[in-house]
Ligand binder design. Structure first.
Ligand SMILES: [Zn+2]
Length: 337
């Protein structure tokens, strides 16, 4: 919509933007085929020459996807883009804090250090806006799209499905036949059926899940049917959706015990993480941030509550455009009258 309104747009590692019509575009898309490398995948799904230029200038900062180097690369690209391209709308996605929380825990010193780095990055962005003379005419928004919760145990539903003959693994350790499969979203998980009309399997799984739910130590907090999950915006194709208790998360592995205690070695060897997201937004202490400042924004206004889906229409209003019929609503209280 911003582009349609004649604005210059830029997006750096902003999620779900592959092939979008954005002027200066470095999409967040990961190579998902062994014969593709990361740079090729990004180049083909974003602005080719812009990304070549950014890689040529700042590529030496990057160490693959590892942090904080990736965010430092994104920051240098952002600062350069502000100076050289002067976009009207710029979206930048930093993942340093998210990565440190996964690897070291929600309140770890590493997560705290990432917050300090984020603060310095914001400072560099403000400096770039100031030196290009556009700071007074800029609105800055810092937002998160999720929080995280610490975990100490991993739940392996696929191990249970395998044990009950609903998932078959061949001698090479690959799934070769399945009636049901658990797809993890970390804090929650979907259970899919090979055949949606296989009511026998569906009933069998439901009674297995009910039994798990009855005992706290299994880490299951809630079971929803696919229909109930769909009503809340989740995938309607799933047979069931599960919610983990605090301290637990879902893992897709089928090996070993049903519940695994997560050790430091597990995290170092990248088997498990210390914190995750993907939980129900109703979990306690699980909110994220939305901070707005600058042109058009009322000072010291607190937003009592809002939804992630409100971000789009609110940002659109700031730009003087409209996204049409969206799920979210404009958060009007932040605007200067
Ligand atoms: Zn994450």
């Amino acid at each position: 919509e911003a582009k349609r309104a004649g604005m210059k747009t830029a997006a750096l590692l902003w999620p779900v933007t592959a092939k979008a019509n954005i002027d200066y575009h470095m999409p967040e898309i990961f190579a998902n085929r062994p014969w593709l490398n990361q740079i090729t995948v990004s180049l083909l799904n974003g602005s080719f020459f812009y990304q070549l230029d950014m890689n040529r200038r700042f590529g030496h900062i990057r160490k693959g996807l590892s942090q904080p180097e990736l965010d430092d690369f994104v920051l240098e690209s952002a600062v350069h883009t502000i100076h050289a391209k002067r976009p009207n709308l710029m979206l930048i996605h930093f993942t340093d804090l998210d990565t440190q929380r996964h690897l070291h825990g929600f309140s770890s010193s590493e997560a705290h250090a990432a917050l300090i780095r984020h603060d310095k990055r914001l400072g560099r962005i403000i400096d770039a806006l100031t030196t290009t003379g556009v700071y007074e005419n800029t609105t800055l928004i810092a937002l998160g799209d999720h929080s995280a919760l610490d975990e100490s145990k991993a739940i392996k539903i696929n191990g249970l499905l395998k044990e009950h003959g609903l998932l078959h693994i061949n001698e090479r350790g690959k799934v070769d036949a399945w009636k049901a499969y658990c797809k993890s979203c970390d804090g929650s998980a979907y259970i899919y059926l090979q055949d949606d009309n296989d009511l026998l399997t569906k009933d069998a799984i439901l009674s297995l899940l009910q039994e798990l739910l009855d005992h706290k130590e299994n880490g299951i907090e809630n079971i929803m049917t696919g229909k109930e999950a769909a009503k809340r915006g989740a995938d309607p194709h799933a047979a069931f959706m599960l919610e983990a208790r605090q301290g637990f998360y879902f893992h897709e592995s089928w090996e070993g015990n049903f519940i695994d205690e997560i050790t430091e070695t597990d995290v170092i060897e990248k088997r498990y993480t210390h914190a995750a997201h993907g939980y129900s937004p109703e979990k306690e202490d699980y909110t994220t941030v939305f901070i707005a400042s600058g042109k058009g924004i009322r000072k010291k206004q607190i937003i009592p509550t809002m939804h992630l889906a409100d971000e789009g229409p609110t940002l659109a209003k700031l730009l003087g455009i409209h996204l049409g019929e969206t799920d979210g609503k404009v958060i009007d209280i932040i605007f200067k009258r």
